[in-house]
Design a protein around this ligand. Structure first.
Ligand SMILES: O=c1ccn([C@@H]2O[C@H](COP(=O)(O)OP(=O)(O)O)[C@@H](O)[C@H]2O)c(=O)[nH]1
Length: 335
């Protein structure tokens, strides 16, 4: 039995799905897995599905790479039209591949307009023997939506692999935010007196006072910039997006920690316990509360947090955690 791991191709350079899938594929390769590229047009779930011809070509690729009895870790979603994923997964199942789904995002909770698609997404996930989920809370939501897969592995935090090391960050009463205001729209209503340094492709319109647009940087430059600037890495969701915040694992959490920055997260966030348990930053309910906490915070308190981040950092800048998740999921096939 061989193990394969799928990986999207053709995504834009700044696609976080591409970065995350590539990282998983690279770690899979280190474990001796074969990487199985999946061509994608980088559509949203609501755009037109592929033609039959395009779909058959993808099935042909999968068919040539994998054989009956092989395990296929399918990184999901591929961000093709969802019917492409549905067809690929049912084909894999019908051809006796042993399917493990690595769930990165659950579209029916991520996007309000996709809520009615829950039955279709659950039907796809039910093709798996094992599912890798970002959190136990996500597994519980999936079960409520009809998931019947019993074997699951919890990912928790995303690794952010890097060889770079940085000097300890300085205490600054400022926040860094990685992400698009279109997706995280609290940025468009920023009223806090705290400076929010924003890293994204498009200049936000309108630009609120205290939002400082930094631009978009490739990974190593970004990590160095964050480390040099000091302050905190922000994980935040708008009030209408809290359901997703409670269950998913944001890629940015690993990015901030890899840069050595302590975190500010909104209470209720899926990884809040981890932040509190390891002293990696602050978990607060509002920006007012944050302002009050920062007003009286001493350099010493900040440096203690930064030291906790430095102690935790090797766990996610090296591939052990991802190796463990992947190996555990494969082992589950035989448990
Ligand atoms: O200038 C930038 C801004 C963002 N990012 C990447 O984009 C991720 C955040 O992406 P997104 O907000 O889509 O995802 P989430 O963190 O919610 O999973 C970060 O972790 C970075 O890896 C980057 O490489 N350069």
């Amino acid at each position: 039995m061989k193990v394969h791991v799928t990986c999207v191709t053709n995504h834009r350079q700044d696609s976080v799905a591409r970065m995350a899938q590539q990282m998983i594929a690279d770690v899979g390769r280190q474990l001796g897995y074969e990487v199985c590229p999946i061509y994608t047009k980088y559509t949203t779930p609501h755009q037109e599905p592929d033609s039959l011809e395009e779909l058959l070509k993808r099935l042909d690729d999968l068919g040539k790479k994998t054989a009956a009895g092989d395990a296929v870790i399918f990184q999901f979603p591929t961000w093709n039209h969802y019917t492409v994923d549905a067809n690929l997964l049912s084909w894999l199942k019908s051809q006796q591949r042993r399917v493990i789904i690595f769930l990165h995002d659950y579209v029916p909770v991520m996007y309000k307009e996709s809520r009615p698609l829950a039955p279709q997404f659950i039907a796809m996930l039910n093709q798996a023997e094992v599912i890798i989920v970002p959190s136990v809370a996500m597994y519980e939501v999936l079960k409520k939506h009809g998931l019947t897969v019993k074997k699951y592995v919890v990912q928790g935090i995303w690794d952010h692999l890097t060889q770079k090391t940085f000097v300890s960050p300085t205490f600054q009463r400022q926040l860094h935010f990685l992400g698009s205001p279109e997706r995280f729209n609290f940025v468009n209503h920023w009223q806090s007196a705290l400076p929010l340094r924003l890293y994204t492709q498009k200049l936000p319109r309108p630009m609120c006072a205290n939002v400082l647009y930094e631009g978009y940087f490739e990974d190593e430059v970004l990590l160095a910039k964050l480390a040099e600037a000091g302050g905190f890495g922000l994980v935040w969701h708008s009030d209408d997006d809290l359901d997703y915040m409670r269950i998913y694992s944001p890629y940015k959490l690993g990015t901030y920690l890899a840069a050595g920055l302590p975190i500010v997260a909104r209470r209720g966030f899926a990884q809040a316990d981890l932040i509190e348990k390891h002293g990696l930053g602050l978990v607060v309910s509002s920006f007012d509360e944050l302002e009050r906490v920062l007003e009286t915070m001493t350099e010493e308190t900040y440096h203690k947090m930064a030291q906790c981040v430095a102690d935790y950092r090797p766990f996610l800048t090296q591939p052990y955690h991802t190796q463990q998740i992947l190996s555990q999921a494969v082992a589950c096939l035989f448990s």
